[in-house]
Design a protein around this ligand. Sequence first.
Ligand SMILES: Nc1ncnc2c1ncn2[C@@H]1O[C@H](COP(=O)(O)OP(=O)(O)OP(=O)(O)O)[C@@H](O)[C@H]1O
Ligand SMILES: [Mg+2]
Length: 275
Amino acid sequence: MVESATAPSDAGAESDAAKHAESANEASSESVAFMMIVARGLEKNYISGGRPLPVLRSLDLEIEAESFVSIVGPSGSGKTTLLGLLAGLDEPSGGRVLLDGEDIFAMTEDERAEFRAQKVGFVFQTFHLLPTLTALENVLVPLELRGDRKGARPRAEELLERVGLRDRFEHYPAQLSGGEQQRVALARAFANRPKILFADEPTGNLDQKTGAGIVEMMEELNRDEKTTLVLVTHDLSLAERAHRVVSLDAGRVGTDRPGRSPARGAPELVGPSPL
Ligand SMILES: Nc1ncnc2c1ncn2[C@@H]1O[C@H](COP(=O)(O)OP(=O)(O)OP(=O)(O)O)[C@@H](O)[C@H]1O
Ligand SMILES: [Mg+2]
């Protein structure tokens, strides 16, 4: 962990962060961790009634490559806002974000879009499916954008089957239930095997069994493809499945502690992943 070396100390979070850094160091004493996501002094103000509404206040956060981190916090605490900034979907009022070592807000918008297409998957709280495309076509979009014409269709079909939508390939979003739309959105986000996957309440509309299946898919992606996974959720039992649980409080990181999952890097990959 480089937290202690690079992060400005935050009195409230210091002891938790220090404890976390210690346990992470024990788990990987031989290797220096690479931070896949670094946010420095991140600020976001919205304008509300003509006045600035501060949502994120000089937030610092580092997320280790290949780790699975949950972000929790009350409604309105800025979780969706934070995820949008970390993914480069929205611009901050101040501060920087480095993804895989690259300063994404130093890029042009086109460069950032290209970077996202190559490395980032995002599951939105509100799905964001394209209404004029079928389920299958929605999943095909990111694959075709990458130019993978031959492999695109079988992969899109495989992903939709994995989220239990074998019989819904030709349905349009308006013909799908909320949970089914969410599953299409997940299949689409997984399509390019992104290096980083951001998921905003991906199980919020699902029954427990389907939700658990979705989380298992995300865990597989994290474990087998080494995807860095950042999950926003109100479901605390789900949040606990991560390596690390970060809470937002007053626009900053509040608590930052290990989750219930074993530390990253323990079990080795056995055989190829279906994802
Ligand atoms: N475009 C916007 N314009 C003005 N205010 C906004 C905008 N987007 C979000 N906000 C405000 O910023 C705050 C944080 O919103 P955000 O969506 O990040 O919260 P959240 O933690 O994801 O909440 P939830 O758990 O309900 O999804 C909220 O108070 C919201 O009203
Ligand atoms: Mg939200």
